[in-house]
Design a protein around this ligand. Structure first.
Ligand code: FES
Length: 208
């Protein structure tokens, strides 16, 4: 487990898959951010196999932090982005393969309509399936805006070490890397301001 990754409290009973990763975005010297108390209500193992929705309280999620859930056997990343990261995203469009999220397979239509560049219902909250669209490795989050060995002008994003694909903080893939498409945004909606449900389309009540 990396220094900036903290295992969230685990309740007894059903197996939980919940970690909170802290990466302070654009806050040099801020040190470790407090790990929020994050509740989730995961379904039983049998229900999870069937793809039951997963609900989580994200009200305590801080900027730069990532909550990782499991849905349909896939890691789901919920990341709170800073204003600096959000402001940087449109500046990357010229370097991306699908900056306006035109590949309809990679996100629900209501997410694209909400904002095709941010790829999220709430500007600051990004929800992604954490699997590289090349061969399925789990990319690393490098959320800080700072030079990286693979990009001296890095604006924060995800780097897949398997074959060096890069994605921005909206999960949009860069040009010239093996991954062909943006990371997938799963169906999701908000029950209230701080409660998210993964796996349910708000328009028709399904996870399709
Ligand atoms: S699996 Fe990510 S670049 Fe190949």
């Amino acid at each position: 487990m990396a220094n900036d990754e903290v295992q969230a409290p685990v309740n007894t009973g059903r197996r939980r898959f919940l970690t909170a990763t802290t990466a302070v975005v654009g806050a040099v010297g801020a040190g470790f951010a407090a790990v929020p108390f994050i509740k989730s209500w995961n379904p039983s193992a049998r229900a999870k196999l069937a793809g039951a929705p997963v609900t989580a309280d994200i009200s305590a999620l801080q900027e730069g932090q990532r909550l990782i859930l499991e849905w349909r056997g896939q890691p789901i990343w919920i990341v709170k982005r800073s204003k600096a990261v959000l402001d940087a995203l449109p500046t990357l469009d010229g370097h991306l393969r699908d900056p306006k999220s035109e590949n309809a397979d990679q996100q629900p239509e209501y997410v694209r309509q909400a904002n095709p560049e941010l790829r999220s219902l709430k500007p600051e909250i990004s929800v992604l399936v954490g699997l590289c669209t090349h061969l399925g490795c789990s990319p690393e989050m490098a959320a800080e805006i700072k030079p990286e060995p693979y990009d001296p002008d890095w604006k924060g994003g995800y780097f897949c070490p398997c074959h060096k694909s890069r994605f921005d903080m909206a999960g949009r893939v860069f040009q010239g890397v093996p991954a062909p498409t943006n990371l997938v945004v799963p169906p999701h909606h908000y029950v209230d301001d701080g409660t998210i449900v993964i796996g349910v389309d708000p328009s028709n009540g399904t996870g399709a």
